[in-house]
Design a protein around this ligand. Structure first.
Ligand code: TXA
Ligand code: MG
Length: 348
């Protein structure tokens, strides 16, 4: 497929008629089989008509995403998503009632409406109702569910602004709906409801603890860092590739006592990320520092921070991970750990 002309349509600028026109235009592109990036509460998604196999294939092409990694289906409400699934168990009803619209994806048996391209050939589909007016209006106006992964090149850092999307995918999609930065900032929690007990396949802002309290069962947490690095244990979700969310800089996991103490003598920039812990550092050693002691803030800022480090030319990022026991820090730990997989491995 040849290059596309990518148009950025601002939305939420205070002119309801302009918003309406932008949504209508984007919905038209979706109906004609095109690609539209749109904001959700988590990250920007790269959307296509979930019922159109060619349109969904174009998502994979634009991202350079392996065909084995399924994408999430977004609806404007539960009713639209009922058409995408064959079963709607009581567990789904309770979780939807409590957490939708919101950052929770439910994996359920798929209906015939959903093509193989969406599910990577699996018999299940991940569905969610996003907590963002623009995302829901787009699906409503298009009149069909929207398949959308995060709007970044495969394995890269997810986008939380329209500028991040443009940087990665300019010329590879038709329209970007720009409604400013997203407010949750990391991807939805993915929960497999076809497993007993239900299993978290990807940790997100909604924690296993919160889900367990609603369902009154213990939730299995299949998150990779709970197993030993390099143990070669099988992947738990087709998309749970170890290398993910990786910036251009080399990312290394460090204990506080391993951090740099001396001003650097080399000509390139280094950065430090500390999450969920307090670490004393020497001033002037790191060129850029992000230190978070609140998980919600870390989630909102993580990807913009990684994008910024790349932009200012940071070549190495040292990361002090949050404590492994903390449910609230699970998602951040997962993302930082994956970001380090290209470099921080035994034998490299
Ligand atoms: O917050 C989010 O979830 C964002 C916004 C755009 O909604 N979307 C997103 O999509 O992060 P993506 O494609 O980057 O990640 C989807 C994740 C992958 O880990 C994928 O493997 C998993 O969901 N997934 C999707 N369908 C699945 C299925 N049927 N079974 C197991 N895992 C599934
Ligand atoms: Mg993604």
């Amino acid at each position: 497929m040849g290059p596309r002309r990518t148009r950025v349509l601002p939305i939420g600028t205070g002119d309801p008629a302009a918003d309406e026109a932008a949504i209508r235009e984007a919905a038209d592109v979706i109906r004609r089989g095109g690609l539209v990036a749109f904001p959700t509460e988590t990250v920007y998604g790269l959307g296509a008509d979930a019922t159109n196999p060619d349109a969904v294939r174009a998502i994979f092409e634009a991202k350079g995403r392996p065909a084995t990694n399924p994408v999430i289906v977004h609806g404007d409400d539960i009713r639209m998503l009922h058409t995408a699934v064959r079963a709607w168990p009581g567990t789904a009803a309770r979780l939807a009632q409590r957490f939708w619209p919101g950052p929770l994806t439910l994996v359920l048996p798929r209906s015939e409406l959903v093509p193989d391209e969406v599910t990577a050939g699996l018999d299940t589909v991940g569905v969610r109702v996003p907590d963002h007016d623009v995302a829901r209006r787009l699906a409503r106006e298009a009149g069909r569910p929207i398949a959308a992964p995060s709007a970044n090149r495969s394995t890269g850092v997810s986008p939380t602004t329209a500028a991040h999307v443009l940087k990665d995918l300019d010329g590879r999609l038709d329209v970007i709906l720009d409604a400013g930065p997203t407010h949750v900032g990391i991807e939805s929690t993915v929960l497999d409801l076809t497993a007993a007990p239900p299993r978290v396949l990807r940790p997100g802002a909604i924690t296993a603890g919160q889900i367990g309290r609603v369902l009154e069962v213990g939730i299995e947490d299949a998150m990779a860092p709970t197993r030993a690095p390099g143990s070669g244990a099988p992947l738990t979700s087709p998309g749970q590739m170890e290398l993910h969310y990786a910036p251009k800089a080399r990312v290394f996991l460090a204990e506080p006592e391993q951090l740099c103490r001396q001003p650097r003598t080399f000509p390139w920039k280094i950065a430090l990320i500390v999450a969920g812990r307090r670490v004393g550092i020497e001033p002037g050693v790191y060129d850029e520092v992000a230190m978070w002691d609140e998980p919600r803030v870390a989630e909102r800022e993580l990807y913009a921070t990684l994008h910024r480090f790349d932009e200012v030319g940071v070549r190495r990022i040292d990361v002090v991970l949050p404590p492994i026991q903390s449910d609230a820090w699970r998602a951040i730990r997962d993302r930082l750990w994956r970001a380090s997989r290209r470099w921080d491995q035994e034998g490299r």
